[in-house]
Design a protein around this ligand. Structure first.
Ligand code: SF4
Length: 158
């Protein structure tokens, strides 16, 4: 998997201060997408063991609330193995002390079978629909069809 960005102090994507990973690749091509350069699976650079170490070390900071996984789309089939490795590693190291949020252009019901969600606290789902664009600042979604779905109490990781 490639990624186009890793922010270690992000206050715009999810609650509190977060480490945010922007995965490369999205086949949904929503009209008006805020981030068209992320559609290319080859954009950015490869996510390596070293990147994972950087991400985990950044989460160690006491002021960091958790990890946000965005895109592109982390739930693209090609991205899922690496995303699963990441969320498992976060749970192994931090238990439930850091939250994991994931944004996907798919409806949650379509991808709910993935074991990734056993390690995710909150999913923001659905494609971006331009005429439903949300203008207020401070929302965690771009259009009003998208949902913020808490999973922590619904799916428990091992
Ligand atoms: S799912 Fe997200 S990244 Fe993909 S096209 Fe839609 S808005 Fe863009």
């Amino acid at each position: 998997m490639n990624y186009i960005g890793l922010s270690t102090c992000d206050t715009a994507n999810g609650p509190g201060v977060r480490v945010s990973l922007f995965c490369s690749g999205c086949t949904l091509h929503c009209k008006g997408c805020f981030n068209e350069e992320s559609w290319d699976f080859c954009a950015g650079r490869p996510f390596t063991d070293e990147t994972l170490k950087t991400l985990l070390d950044a989460l160690e900071e006491p002021f960091v609330d958790g990890l946000s996984l965005l895109g592109g789309d982390p739930m693209e089939e090609a991205n899922q193995p690496e995303v699963l490795r990441i969320v498992k590693a976060v749970r192994e190291r931090f238990g439930r002390s850091k939250t994991v949020w994931l944004w996907t252009g798919r409806k949650y019901e379509k991808v709910a079978d993935s074991p990734i969600f056993d390690y995710v606290d909150t999913v923001v789902d659905g494609p971006f629909i331009e005429h439903l664009k949300v203008k207020e600042k401070g929302c965690w979604f771009g259009s009003s069809n998208q949902r913020v779905i808490p999973l922590r109490d619904v799916r428990q990781s091992a």
